[in-house]
Design a protein around this ligand. Structure first.
Ligand code: SF4
Length: 438
């Protein structure tokens, strides 16, 4: 039994790096610490406990984590410092070598912080608790909101796919999730807390339910039945798990937004094979066609990686042509980053930094063209906007159900509300596209 009186009025400062999943997890960790007596340190106030939840998706991410850790140690020199998250799971010793870190907690251990912080007593050496990742079975649901209305609900964790370039299975373990009943309860909780939009988030979201004999399709059907003024988005789903029945269901559902985010990673079958992805580009093209036939106004965001080992110039060119031919709305372009311990390192022919940069620029240009075309095609249509962010006195912006960014003169009464609007003219400011509305 932990004596919670020791935590009364102790102050926490925290920082999250990486994906929405990490943000959701930090929120849940902090929430449980609040329940134990901690409170958030005010700006400029010395914290008693610092938590840095890290990411390790690239070398650059590792570097940013180290910088964040040293910054926190400098700002809170007397605080007890905990580092957790993917980087902490993958490279705990690297973190422990940073002077001032008290505790390094791995993927499974971060949800039990209270067990490790007895009276926030600093020891002479950094302590590391890092459960072997292949033994991690527990699923910890988490939820966060980036403002008062949009919530990110973690419905699934881990991945069993082992794509050759990816470290996530080593950082987050095997695929697992809660039950449908538990997830529906969490969704209702988020709605009661004011959610107007909930993004279902996971590492491999479509794999939901595998450990319980349930399925992602059954989950979205159950969630859609909740009576509430709310809309849902599916954060990202592997093309081989995005079944026609899911697409059809989204098209006919009351609450699911016509918005898909699908990782393609490469438009070349040769490269997909090197990556050990579980589909061909033909299957991918078929999914896009199905979506667009049933839901012509759906927004489709697609992840791609450039410069993977083995991506010859001819493969890239073939991929570019294929990607250009797809009826998609936006690309999220990533440059391949070498990760220790991955199978990709066995592939010969690394791509030079310069070629990676050029390929990235080419695909960014394709993305700009696609998003512009998509936005222009929607002008004159009606849509529901969730006004969610503001620039006081100037303008506010929000997203439609099909993920079009829209702007309008600021009106404080509309913030955090859903409004039906007509999509009007195209606007481009600082390389950000938007539509005006009426
Ligand atoms: S499916 Fe995604 S998370 Fe899983 S191994 Fe592949 S890239 Fe990584």
């Amino acid at each position: 039994m932990i004596d919670h009186t020791q935590f009364q009025d102790k102050k926490i400062a925290y920082h999250t790096l990486g994906c929405k999943l990490n943000f959701a997890e930090t929120s849940s960790i902090v929430r449980s610490l609040h329940e134990a007596g901690f409170r958030k340190a005010k700006p400029g106030e010395q914290a008693d406990l610092c938590i840095i939840n890290t990411c390790s998706v690239t070398d650059m991410a590792d570097k940013k984590c180290r910088q964040a850790i040293t910054r926190f140690i400098r700002l809170h020199p007397t605080a007890f410092v905990i580092v957790t998250g993917c980087y902490a799971q993958l490279k705990p010793n690297e973190i422990a070598s940073i002077r001032g870190v008290d505790l390094v907690l791995g993927a499974n251990d971060k949800f039990n912080i209270e067990l490790y912080i007895n009276h926030l007593e600093k020891k002479l050496t950094t302590q590391i608790y890092n459960t072997k990742i292949n033994t991690v079975e527990n699923f910890y649901p988490s939820c966060s909101s980036d403002d008062r209305t949009r919530f990110f609900l973690k419905v699934q964790d881990g991945c069993d796919y082992y794509c050759t370039y990816c470290t996530i299975p080593y950082a987050r373990g095997k695929s697992r999730s809660g039950t449908i009943a538990q997830t529906v309860e969490l969704t209702k909780q988020a709605i009661n807390e004011g959610a107007k939009e909930i993004v279902l988030t996971g590492v491999n979201t479509g794999d939901f339910g595998k450990n319980n004999g349930e399925s992602f399709f059954e989950l979205i059907q159950a969630i859609d039945k909740i009576e509430a003024n709310v809309r849902y988005r599916i954060s990202s789903i592997e093309p081989n798990l995005l079944t026609d029945e899911i697409i059809l269901f989204v098209a006919n559902s009351k609450h699911f937004a016509p918005h898909f985010h699908i990782p393609l990673q490469s438009g070349s079958n040769e490269v997909l094979q090197l990556m050990k992805r579980r589909y061909t580009r033909e299957l991918f093209a078929q999914k896009i066609q199905t979506i667009k036939t049933i839901l012509p106004h759906a927004f489709i965001g697609v992840d791609v990686i450039v410069g993977t080992r083995g991506e010859k110039a001819a493969y890239f060119e073939d991929a570019r042509q294929f990607i250009e031919s797809l009826d998609i709305s936006q690309l999220h372009v990533f440059s391949y980053s070498e990760r220790a311990g991955t199978k990709a390192l066995e592939i010969e022919q690394p791509v030079s930094l310069q070629d990676k940069r050029i390929r990235s620029e080419i695909l960014h240009a394709v993305s700009d063209k696609k998003i512009k075309e998509f936005y222009l095609s929607q002008i004159g249509k009606q849509a529901d906007v969730l006004w969610e962010s503001t620039k006081k006195g100037k303008c506010m912006h929000g997203f439609t159900e099909n993920y079009i960014r829209v702007i309008a003169p600021y009106n404080k009464d509309l913030i955090n509300t859903l409004q039906t609007v007509t999509l009007m003219g195209f606007s481009e400011e600082d390389n950000t596209f938007a539509l005006t509305v009426k």
